[in-house]
Design a protein around this ligand. Structure first.
Ligand SMILES: Cc1cc2nc3c(=O)[nH]c(=O)nc-3n(C[C@H](O)[C@H](O)[C@H](O)COP(=O)(O)OP(=O)(O)OC[C@H]3O[C@@H](n4cnc5c(N)ncnc54)[C@H](O)[C@@H]3O)c2cc1C
Length: 503
């Protein structure tokens, strides 16, 4: 039941694994919507370009979202204007709008069966403390000449205190889009290898990338689009973003207004219909990864579905995470100012279906012209993100979680119940314990192989999640996502190997 609708309803080709060492002009690491768009753009320029993915393309966050393509990303324009000025807010709108157009153009050009449709997006509030923010955002929409209106009501059974309607936004099936764009890119000469996890990275005029399989790749230019950058390159991305999870339920619903909706306060209520399947996606319950692991988030969303729509006909449920920069603006461009042949794209704060394309366009311009109109907006050399209060708060939280795990000893008793994950103390060694429904017991070392924080049990996904930087592992210890490059060792094996950012 936790398989996203997007993955269940798309076939997708499988691509070969890398059998030999390889040399390439451009290497893209990560085959989500960012990497595949880069592959498409670079291969259409006739460049020698290869994409590798640790698993299968489109199975990361790009196959697990709500499929909204919009420039309405919370009150982002007020935030950017306050920190970086109106011109930067204008550029953010311009490139995200171009990204929606790109999706539409590609859909038409390659006849992609991805349910693309234009519709309005609504951002509403039911909290009087947020009415002022909504009104301020409306003023900015007008300054930026965005096609919009301020509404007192919305066409769903929710009483609101105000709503901002942005016209001519869109929605689509992100996984089918990624699959087809990958096929087109391969037809243009791009290469894709799956099952190729990067575990080490040596920068240089020619970068050497080491894979878990033992193979290595020499690349003159590298684009890191692994969601969380698998190589940090002294960009300090680990300190500049926090991982945040959200949950989605899909309920049966025949008729729904032709629009999508989201509020600006917490808890989030996001509504997005899939008319082709008569399913309404309701998402929310966001929290920092590795926190609130014992809360039944799906149950809370089901209660919400009942409260608003009086239905409990749930057909799908799944969850995913994304990375939130402290100043809310993504990173896209040179990994740092010393390496002009290594690029990174990350930090889309759950608005990556357009920001990914914005990032791919920016990086392609930097490659083609050595300049981009958006370089400054997305640059990692901006310093205001570093001095924000969020930066201090999040990094204090990382330190607390790092230390807290070392001090507490864990339960020494083993629970009677099945399907329970808990930290136990076995012969003085702290372990993550999980007993499945068939009575198999799994004991793993729960020190995160990224920087050594202690992992927390996530009862919804049966995973061990890192509260510091968002790495996640299944109860057997296999990597699910995040910056960690190594799996968890079992109780009988030596301690986990820690590799803080593949240097
Ligand atoms: C609940 C939720 C709902 C969302 N809804 C929306 C929405 O409606 N609209 C919107 O605009 N955005 C939305 N987003 C955000 C959006 O889904 C993401 O920002 C976007 O998909 C990120 O794409 P990506 O290509 O960067 O990453 P991914 O799609 O995660 O791709 C990264 C790839 O890198 C690979 N990889 C990772 N590490 C390595 C390694 N070491 N070696 C090789 N490969 C590696 C992974 O296997 C993966 O395939 C949502 C996010 C969440 C969490």
């Amino acid at each position: 039941m936790n398989t996203p609708y997007w993955l269940e309803s798309s076939e997708g080709k499988t691509y070969e694994t890398l059998q030999d060492d390889l040399s390439t002009d451009y290497l893209i690491i990560g085959g989500g919507i960012t990497g595949i768009t880069c592959l498409y753009l670079l291969s259409s320029m006739g460049l020698n370009v290869t994409l590798i993915d640790a698993g299968r393309i489109g199975y990361g966050s790009s196959g697990r979202n709500t499929g909204k393509a919009t420039c309405q990303h919370g009150y982002i324009y007020s935030r950017i204007e306050k920190t970086y000025g109106l011109e930067m807010a204008r550029l953010y709108y311009k490139i995200n709008n171009a990204a929606i157009q790109f999706i539409e153009d590609m859909t038409k050009k390659y006849n992609i069966d991805c349910q693309f449709r234009r519709l309005p997006a609504y951002m509403f509030t039911r909290d009087e403390n947020f009415v002022g923010k909504l009104e301020k955002e409306f003023v900015l929409y007008q300054k930026l000449s965005i096609d919009c209106s301020y509404e007192e009501e919305i066409p769903v059974p929710l009483k609101v205190l105000g709503a901002l309607k942005m016209n001519n936004q869109a929605q689509f099936h992100p996984k089918r889009f990624v699959d087809k764009m990958a096929e087109v890119a391969v037809n243009q000469g791009g290469r894709i290898f799956e099952g190729a996890r990067v575990i080490d990275f040596k920068p240089g005029k020619e970068c050497i990338i080491y894979l878990e399989s033992g193979k290595k790749i020499a690349a003159r230019n590298v684009i890191i689009s692994s969601h969380y950058p698998c190589y940090d390159g002294k960009g300090f991305y680990f300190a500049r973003m926090r991982p945040d999870r959200s949950y989605i339920v899909g309920i049966e619903m025949d008729n729904f207004p032709d629009a999508h909706f989201i509020n600006i306060e917490k808890p989030t209520i996001s509504l997005r219909h899939i008319p082709e399947e008569k399913i309404l996606l309701i998402s929310g319950q966001s929290h920092k990864t590795g926190h609130k692991g014992d809360v039944n988030h799906y149950e809370s969303l089901k209660e919400l579905a009942w409260e608003i729509f009086k239905t409990d006909a749930v057909k799908y449920q799944w969850s995913a995470q994304d990375y939130i920069p402290h100043d809310y603006v993504p990173y896209a461009g040179y990994i740092n100012s010393d390496y002009k042949n290594i690029f990174v794209a990350t930090g889309y704060r759950k608005w990556g279906l357009t920001n990914s394309i914005a990032a791919a366009m920016t990086i392609t311009d930097l490659i083609k012209e050595q300049a981009s109109e958006y370089e400054e907006l997305f640059s990692n050399s901006r310093v205001l993100d570093f001095v924000s209060l969020n930066f201090l708060k999040e990094n204090a939280d990382v330190a607390i979680n790092w230390v807290a795990g070392k001090l507490t000893l864990g339960e020494s008793g083993i629970p009677e119940d099945k399907d329970v994950g808990i930290v136990v103390n076995v012969n003085g060694k702290r372990c993550g314990y999980y007993r499945d429904l068939d009575d198999n017991i799994y004991l793993v070392d729960i020190t995160c192989p990224h920087v050594g924080c202690e992992l927390k049990w996530n009862s919804q996904e049966k995973s061990w999640d890192c509260p510091c930087h968002g790495s996640r592992f299944d109860y057997k210890g296999n990597i699910l996502e995040g910056p960690a490059e190594y799996s968890l060792n079992s109780y009988r094996e030596p301690k986990n190997k820690i590799n803080p950012q593949i240097k």
